[in-house]
Design a protein around this ligand. Structure first.
Ligand code: MG
Ligand code: MG
Length: 627
């Protein structure tokens, strides 16, 4: 299927937008009049650029307030349309998009509108132009696609067709069933946009909060099912008005758009059980079985500090890489890899970010299929030199220039530790502290990046998204959303803040970019683990007394249990499924920290306690800053 995107979806000047659209693999573009007006050149120049990039202009828009005008406005409206037809001739575009009239002086009546379109159809046809009619959700007389179709049907002219825009239809929760009874060849354009469910006026919602399919809450797959059932074969075009996108890089946003369409078509074909011949075969979303390891980048000094912290947490050094300055630290099923090699990716990551998590390795059902799907989704594969006999691990670029590796149990990659590492006879380190599994990872990012990484993870991996949550930080609001597998084998919390004052933002500026800010490790008995960590010299985050007074007031916890929590700086929450206990290490060089959790059936990540933790960390940070 042909894919297109509207110029209004991207930031930048028109030439820059077109370049970004072409390089993201779109074949078509919707030219917005405002982009043309601000372009320093003629419509013919635009046509030349479009052609040289191998693009096609699928439509020119918008043309407003056309149908149902009384005279003398009606004649002026037709004259205005003729001027647009002239312009379109120069642009080399054959489809004008008209959205339903919002003018207070416009008149209703399906037949009146149909007659206007019939006449416009005659004029358009003489110039080889077609016209698509779209029902705006806030149109004065026509706000429903079924009414717009009735106008088009009664106009009964080959140059007049229907435009379907998923936002206008789904925002009003209009029944989708009527779509498949519209003849596919009478639908001239399908525009796709998703959005989060928001309780606000539909025009502002549309103009600021549209997003790419898969980034919001709308049932786009159901919408596509109806469109395909109608027999529509024209372009699928993204028309996204979004403030974050207009603040992002045009190239990055265009690639996200292409990724969203590839993912949507894949979901749609899987739901309907049809794989179109034109769609390249794509493996399904990857089953993630867990996190095989986290890789930390460090120099010699910080590697020694990190090794001390790992030992304090009860990890033991159980492997040395055969050819690099890389060590493996294990406890329970958790593996941490410490990379202080002077060459390669980890070293450059260290130079940019300081001591940091430079890669996450996921254990998946098939690493090869995962990489294949990632490539089809326009993700960025990554390769680096490996030593003789060492494994080449399938890899893509992740958040903030970090890497995402894939290993699987069925190939050689399942023997990674035996093939690339040697095992020392006596592992170095303290006694086990009772940590068993990696519970979750949190990544901080710029606000503008959040939708992008949500789509990245949820298009590649078989995960679900929790609803967005706003967490109060002493310096502002942090928006948080979690992606997770059904069994909890993978949980990643994505956090973003618009305020410069939050800890999440402090992390971004201190770290020079987005990345892993915290790593939660699970244990079976948090009190004994925390005692062990303290005995090992690990500094834990101190929680204020007030927290425990409040906990006493709002829970049924016994005085004895409360006292244990208080003495060990452990936070508590419960839901219908069970309890959750949390404690935190102090932040490592102001960059990242570990959380220790005991999860007893509880489903969430302890969001209710996040403000307490953030305030405690802010106090720690300000002491560090002001002393
Ligand atoms: Mg539209
Ligand atoms: Mg305390």
């Amino acid at each position: 299927m042909q894919t297109a995107i509207a110029t209004v979806s991207l930031s930048g000047g028109l030439a820059e937008k077109l370049e970004a659209i072409a390089s993201a693999g779109f074949t078509g573009v919707e030219i917005f009049e405002s982009d043309l007006l601000s372009f320093n050149g003629t419509p013919k120049d635009v046509a030349r650029i479009v052609a040289s990039l191998g693009l096609r202009i699928v439509t020119f828009q918008p043309f407003r307030d056309f149908e149902g005008m009384p005279e003398p406005q009606r004649s002026r409206t037709f004259a205005r349309a003729e001027r647009k037809f002239d312009l379109m001739g120069e642009l080399g575009c054959d489809l004008l998009m008209i959205c339903s009239n919002v003018a207070p002086d416009s008149l209703g009546g399906v037949d009146r509108a149909a007659a206007d379109f019939q006449e416009l159809g005659e004029r358009a046809q003489r110039r080889g132009i077609r016209v698509g009619f779209e029902a705006l959700a806030w149109g004065r007389h026509i706000s429903d696609y079924r009414d717009a179709w009735e106008v088009v049907r009664r106009a009964d002219h080959p140059a007049i067709g229907l435009t379907l825009d998923s936002f206008h239809i789904l925002a009003r929760k209009t029944d989708l069933k009527a779509i498949h009874s519209i003849p596919g060849n009478r639908i001239v354009l399908v525009q796709l946009a998703d959005a989060p469910w928001l309780d606000m006026d539909v025009m502002s919602w549309s103009r600021h909060f549209r997003c790419f399919p898969g980034q919001g809450d709308f049932p786009l797959v159901d919408f596509m099912d109806e469109v395909l059932a109608a027999g529509y074969e024209g372009p699928l075009s993204l028309e996204i008005f979004n403030d974050q996108f207009r603040a992002g890089s045009p190239r990055g946003v265009a690639i996200d758009g292409q990724r969203s369409l590839v993912h949507l078509m894949d979901q749609s074909h899987r739901q309907s059980g049809t794989i179109a011949e034109t769609t390249p075969q794509m493996p399904p979303r990857t089953q993630c079985l867990g996190v095989e390891f986290l890789e930390f980048a460090a120099d010699d000094r910080s590697a020694a500090e990190l090794a001390r912290l790992f030992m304090g947490l009860g990890f033991r050094k159980v492997g040395d890489h055969k050819s690099k300055a890389v060590t493996r630290w294990s406890q329970g099923s958790i593996n941490l890899v410490l990379n202080s090699d002077k060459e390669g990716f980890a070293h450059s990551h260290y130079l940019t970010h300081g001591p940091s998590v430079c890669a996450i390795c996921l254990r998946v059902d098939s690493a090869t299929a995962t990489l294949n799907r990632a490539e089809k989704l326009c993700d960025t594969p990554f390769r680096q030199a490996v030593g003789p006999g060492e494994l080449e691990i399938p890899t893509v670029r992740g958040l903030g220039g970090s890497l995402l590796y894939f290993v699987d149990p069925t190939s050689e990659l399942g023997r990674l530790w035996d093939i690339d590492f040697t095992t020392p006879v006596v592992p170095a380190g303290n006694a086990d502290a009772g940590l068993t599994t990696l519970d979750h990872i949190s990544q901080s990012m710029h606000y503008e990046e959040m939708l992008s990484w949500l789509l990245f993870y949820s298009s590649l991996l078989d995960v679900t998204r929790t609803p967005q949550l706003d967490v109060v930080d002493p310096g502002g609001i942090v928006r948080s959303q979690v992606i997770q597998t059904a069994d909890g084998a993978l949980r990643i919390a994505l956090n973003a803040s618009q305020s410069q004052q939050t800890l999440s933002s402090h992390f971004l500026s201190h770290y020079f970019g987005s990345g892993v800010q915290h790593i939660a490790l699970a244990c079976g008995d948090i009190v004994s683990t925390v005692k062990q960590l303290r005995a090992n010299g690990v500094e834990m985050l101190s929680i204020p007394e007030n927290y425990y007074d409040d906990l006493e007031a709002r829970t049924e916890l016994s005085a004895e249990r409360l006292d244990i929590l208080r003495r060990n700086d452990i936070l508590y929450d419960c839901d219908q499924a069970g309890e959750y206990l949390q404690a935190y290490t102090r932040t490592f060089e102001d960059l990242f920290f570990f959380e220790i959790v005991e999860r007893r059936g509880y489903k969430g990540l302890g969001a209710i306690n996040a403000p307490i933790r953030l305030a405690a960390q802010a106090r720690q940070l300000s002491r560090a800053t002001f002393l």
